[in-house]
Design a protein around this ligand. Sequence first.
Ligand code: ADP
Length: 228
Amino acid sequence: AETQLIEKEKFATLGRISGGIAHEIRNPLNAIKTSAYYLLNARSPSPAKHEEHLQRIDRQVTVIDSAVTALSDLARLPEPNATAVSIPDIVEAILRDKQLPRSIEVRKDFPTDLPGAWVDEKQLPIVLKNLIRNARDAMPDGGVLELAAQVDDQQVQVLVTDTGVGMTAEVVERLCEPFFSTKARGMGLGMAITMAILQKNHGTMQVDSTVGQGTRFTLSLPIGGDDR
Ligand code: ADP
C-alpha cells in the first residue's frame, strides 16, 4: 500500500461541491415532485395512498434539510480555540458514547507520558468520531480497531487503524470530497468536515489503505505541553 498525504488540492473545489449538492438534493426533490403531482392529480386517492405520499414528502424534506445543515456547518466552522487536549480522554469519551458491535475488538495503545495536542477541544472529537465511525462501517463482519498515539517529530501522532474493507486509489483520491460516499446511506460529508477541522487546527492527515486488508489514518497534531 502506498501512503498518501491528503493535500489541500485534493480538498473541495467549488465545482465538485456544487455537483455533490445538486446530486444530493435532486433525488429527494424528484420524489417530492412525484408525490405532489400524485396528490394534485389523482382522481380519488384512497386515504392510505394520500397518507403514504404525504409521509414521503415529509421524509424527503428531512433528507434535504440534513444535507443543507451539514453543509452550512462545514461552511461556518468556527475558528478553533486551542488548548492542551488529552487524546486518550477524548477516545475514552467517544467509546463510552458510541457502542461498537461486539464483533469489533478495540485495542488502545497510549503512552502514559503522552503530551496533550494543541487543538480545539470541541472540534477534535468530531474528527476522531468520524474516523471511528468509518472504521466501524468498514468492518461489517467484525475486525480489529486500533487506536494509538505517539510523539513524532514535535507532533502528536494519532493512529486509527482498522482491518476492514480498505480503499482503492480512486476512493482515497476522492475521500475528502464533499458528498463523496460509497455507502448506500452515506451522506459523504464526514471526511470533508474532518479535513476542514484538521486544516483549521494546523493538523495533517495521512492515509494508508489496502483493499481487503484495512486502513490506517495517521493524524499529526501540534503538541500542547505536558499538562493533560
Ligand atoms: P460517508 O461515511 O457518509 O460515506 P465520509 O466522508 O465519512 O462519508 O467517507 C467517504 C468515503 O470514504 C466512504 O463512503 C468510504 O468509501 C471511504 N472511507 C472512509 N473511511 C474509510 C475506512 N476506514 N475504510 C474504508 N473506506 C473508508
